[in-house]
Design a protein around this ligand. Structure first.
Ligand code: APR
Length: 281
């Protein structure tokens, strides 16, 4: 990222009235949330995430897939929003028509100050029945199993370690809870490979991209479709696209400006370039 590129991107952002911020896994990288393409740790090392994130994998071994997502959810609970998330919130605070569209299934945009991102790939925090789709409570919202000692002290806020006294479930396969309505296994509320994106979210994303006057794409490899088409929609209809990514992606060719660097550094710098008086988080 050079000074002139940052200045040009800042000028485009300052002139925008209806920007879209489109984010992927790189947005949460500096919060320590591993991507599918990162090496897995612990006993998950021998599994390929792309093979766990499918309807067929859940049918074949619901406990393996549920246990893996619970491990991911616990990892996200311990993570904190980074300065990039706060800079996105600063953009929305400045330009209230900003639409944030994310492919991420963590809740770091919300905790970073963006109350309602459009979620193309669902959420780790919205499990539902695998048969009747009835929303299910998160496991930590369920009463503790019989014989669990009472938690001691006041619960700590999210983003901190699990409250003392709440037993950390074992890392590994975990039998999913049964749906309170029909008894079928509860599944993670995320979009798996081979599944359709939630149509309301996809429609909202396409509409926002088609009507935006700047699209800022952050931390996505732009390889997973149809989400990867969102920046293309904006570009086709004439909106400038600004990309934040440490490495080149297939989107480079359509971008007005490529800001090479990590989101946690580039986005606060971009906000300051657009509005020198801004609190970029
Ligand atoms: N800041 C910005 N970008 C970063 C950073 C960072 N600190 N670190 C990594 N990146 C970039 C990488 O260079 C890469 O281009 O983030 C991108 C992450 O790419 P992917 O892992 O492919 O993530 P994403 O594009 O969100 O993937 C789309 O695929 O993994 C599935 O369903 C999952 O929603 C996800 C979808």
């Amino acid at each position: 990222m050079t000074g002139p590129e940052l200045a040009e991107a800042g000028r485009l952002l300052a002139a925008a009235r209806r920007p879209v911020v489109f984010t992927g896994a790189g947005m949460s990288a500096e919060s320590g949330v591993p991507t599918f393409r990162d090496a897995q740790t612990g006993l998950w090392q021998r599994y390929d995430p792309q093979e766990l994130a499918t309807p067929a994998a859940f049918r074949a071994d619901p406990a393996l897939v549920w246990g893996w997502y619970e491990a991911r959810r616990r990892g996200v609970r311990r993570a904190l929003p980074n300065p990039g998330h706060r800079a996105v919130a600063a953009i929305q605070a400045r330009l209230p028509a900003t639409v944030v569209i994310t492919q991420n299934v963590d809740d770091l945009h919300e905790r970073g100050g963006v109350p309602a991102p459009v979620r193309l790939h669902g959420s780790l925090f919205a499990p539902r029945c695998s048969a009747c789709a009835r929303p299910a409570p998160l496991p930590s919202d369920l009463p503790p199993p019989a014989g669990t000692p009472e938690p001691r002290g006041t619960p700590e806020p999210r983003g901190e370690p699990e409250p003392r006294g709440e037993p950390e479930p074992q890392d590994g396969p975990l039998t999913p809870p049964a749906c309170a309505g029909c008894g079928a296994p509860v599944r993670p509320g995320v979009v798996w490979f081979g599944e359709a994106l939630p149509s309301a979210a996809l429609d909202a994303a396409v509409e926002a991209a088609a009507g935006c006057d700047l699209l800022l794409t952050v931390g996505t490899s732009a390889l997973v479709h149809p989400a990867a088409e969102i920046p293309l929609v904006a570009a086709r209809l004439g909106a400038p696209v600004v990309q934040v990514n440490p490495v080149p992606t297939p989107l480079d060719a359509i971008c007005a400006v490529n800001l090479r660097g990590p989101a946690g550094e580039v986005l606060p710098a971009l906000v300051r370039a657009a509005w020198p008086d801004a609190d970029a988080g």
